[in-house]
Design a protein around this ligand. Structure first.
Ligand SMILES: C[S@@+](CC[C@H](N)C(=O)[O-])C[C@H]1O[C@@H](n2cnc3c(N)ncnc32)[C@H](O)[C@@H]1O
Length: 258
């Protein structure tokens, strides 16, 4: 189907397949073609890019991604969407839909495979809000050779994750491998059903591979707030603390206050 994101097309598909959005999977479908095209514009993908999309829903974003990208691999948890996606994306030959919980995907292996054929591999998603942090952490710590991540998240989450004075395990993970930016604000009115809050596009450009030592560091660091990271970690890494923090790209004097 052409222009799935048009409200009339979305409603046609949802009604035809008696598909009710479920909170269980954080389903809020985009129903504004113009906004979907602007989102794709933020990603700067091209035919040398393979996109991994998390949660295609009825395919609104996947369709527009398919016009710009070389290949699109979508992971969808809700098997009720099988028939809908078979119809909506029937003409998009470069889209592959896999029905699997994204949090069980071997991302490192999948990205390695697509890197053999495409110059870049990017992740693009209108994320289910109930597991935003879990998904971001899963991607960031996967050690997969991803070039960039462009995800729609709650506006407040995007503001926090791009605020240099805000510290959380996720901000440290992002900082340790690249840079983040808030690229676009999105009104809650362009979704069906409309969520309670507005959204934003958060982009993360990856320059370095994740250092797995960081997960250990963050667990220890966030047990005792107020102290600097260095002081918190001295008990764990002793004289190696400074070296390990430097390797992970973390400022020794940072504390965990918001
Ligand atoms: C906010 S909706 C976005 C749908 C569509 N991309 C759009 O923009 O209209 C989130 C989508 O993620 C799917 N989803 C939720 N949890 C998931 C998981 N763990 N793995 C893969 N997909 C998931 C939902 O079923 C839903 O299709």
């Amino acid at each position: 189907m052409k222009d799935i994101a048009k409200k009339s097309n979305t409603m046609y598909l949802l009604e035809k397949y008696n598909m009710k959005a479920t909170k269980k999977f954080g389903q809020n479908f985009l129903i504004d073609l113009n906004v979907v095209q602007k989102i794709v514009g933020c990603t700067q993908i091209d035919k040398q890019t393979c996109v991994i999309e998390i949660g295609p829903g009825i395919g609104s974003l996947s369709e527009q991604l398919s016009y710009q990208a070389g290949h699109v691999v979508c992971y969808e948890i809700d098997t009720r969407l099988k028939d809908v996606l078979a119809e909506s994306l029937a003409d998009c030959d470069n889209v592959e839909v896999i029905f699997q919980d994204f949090l069980t995907v071997d991302l490192k292996e999948v990205v390695k495979k697509y890197k053999q054929e495409y110059q870049r591999v990017c992740i693009v998603a209108n994320l289910p809000y109930y597991i935003t942090s879990d998904i971001l952490e899963y991607i960031l710590t996967s050690e997969a050779m991803i070039d960039s991540i462009h995800v729609m998240v709650q506006k407040e989450v995007a503001l926090k994750l791009t605020d240099v004075s805000y510290h959380s395990p996720l901000t440290f993970m992002i900082e340790s491998i690249g840079t983040s930016s808030l690229d676009m604000l999105i009104s809650k009115n362009v979704f069906s059903p409309a969520p309670r809050v507005d959204s934003a596009i958060l982009s993360i450009h990856i320059q370095k591979t994740y250092n797995p030592n960081l997960t250990k560091i963050l667990k220890q660091s966030f047990t005792q707030k107020r102290k600097t990271i260095y002081n918190n970690l001295k008990t764990l890494f002793l004289e190696d603390t400074e070296k390990i923090l430097n390797e992970c790209g973390i400022d020794l004097k940072k504390d965990q206050k918001n």
